[in-house]
Design a protein around this ligand. Structure first.
Ligand code: NAP
Length: 280
């Protein structure tokens, strides 16, 4: 029997680690599948995706810049895709209906909870950025009932709008927005960099006092791209810092489980990717 086909689509896509991650998951769980990277064509995304599924694709991951377009394309959405307003995982139901899911927020929470052992109830959280990644994190984070959650963005109006659209999910959490230069006083237990900028000349300018020995600083980007932010966080006194590689592996495991019905062990896969990145 031919192996089942899966893919990730993005633009650019050359450096995606997803084919490697899913190959490791498939080997570990004895799944007969092929997973490849496909370069998305701006302006032809919907047509290409429908064509791929018509010709036998079983599942698709979607990355930058197509997650919102994938959200509009699918005919059915999971609750977490609906709240994120973006889709990173697609599959076809038995009747051909394309269903969209978003595994980023769950992947982030699993990395925080299982690998890093951080409980969020009653904690203070600061998220930098008000784009698609932050939108995907807000519902899962609010579900953990932190005491305070601040969304700070270069363009403060975008943070205001985002916070307003999640106000009904805030529960007991004090959910606030700010500009990057008006961030309410720290220290924060968790500081998440969900901007597309690092620290440096063109990057973020942040006030002091946001971090302490008890803080965890988490950059959603991984590898060398996260170094300026994580170095800054260490200099500011953060007790722990991490890049987004754990989240990347966990969101991939969520997609894999949705497609194949088995949950891979992420620990050896993360270890292997770390070794690969360290020697690259
Ligand atoms: P996005 O929707 O394009 O949003 C970008 C955000 O970055 C906006 O808030 C923007 O602020 C801010 N920004 C950009 N340049 C800036 C600068 N020079 N100074 C200050 N702020 C700046 O992007 P996204 O989809 O949210 O993704 C954000 C990051 O998360 C990306 O690097 C992405 O690769 C990463 N990510 C990682 C994972 C993972 O699995 N590890 C998953 C999802 C995303 P304005 O509103 O002011 O423009």
């Amino acid at each position: 029997m031919k192996p089942d086909r899966y893919a990730v689509v993005g633009n650019p896509i050359g450096h995606s680690l997803s084919p490697r991650i899913h190959a490791l998951f498939a080997a570990q769980t004895n799944q007969s599948m092929i997973y490849e990277a496909r370069l998305g064509r701006p302006g032809h995304f919907a047509e290409d995706v429908r064509d791929w599924f018509r010709t036998g694709l079983r599942g698709l991951n979607v990355t930058v810049p197509f997650k919102e377009e994938a959200f509009r394309l699918v005919e059915r959405r999971t609750a977490r895709a609906q709240s994120a307003g973006a889709v990173n995982t697609v599959w076809a139901e038995a009747d051909g209906t394309l269903t969209g899911d978003n595994t980023d927020g769950t992947g982030f929470l699993r990395d925080l909870g299982i690998r890093l052992g951080l409980e969020l109830a009653d904690r203070k959280i600061l998220i930098l950025g008000a784009g698609g990644a932050t939108r995907g994190l807000l519902e899962p984070l609010l579900g953990e009932a932190p005491a305070r959650l601040v969304v700070a963005n270069r363009t403060p109006e975008r943070a205001v709008a985002l916070v307003e659209s999640f106000a009904q999910l805030a529960g007991t959490t004090r959910l606030e927005s700010s500009g990057l230069d008006t961030i309410p006083d720290g220290p924060y237990d968790l500081l998440i960099n969900a901007t597309a900028a690092g620290l440096g000349e063109q990057g973020l300018k942040l006030p002091p006092g946001l971090l302490a020995e008890t803080s965890l600083a988490y950059d959603l980007v991984y590898g060398s791209a996260s170094r300026p932010f994580l170095d800054w966080a260490r200099r500011q006194g953060a007790g722990r810092v991490t890049d987004g590689l754990g989240m990347l592996v966990e969101q991939a495991a969520e997609s894999f489980a949705a497609w194949r019905g088995v949950r891979p062990d992420t620990t050896p896969v993360l270890r292997e990717l770390r070794e690969t990145l360290a020697t690259a």
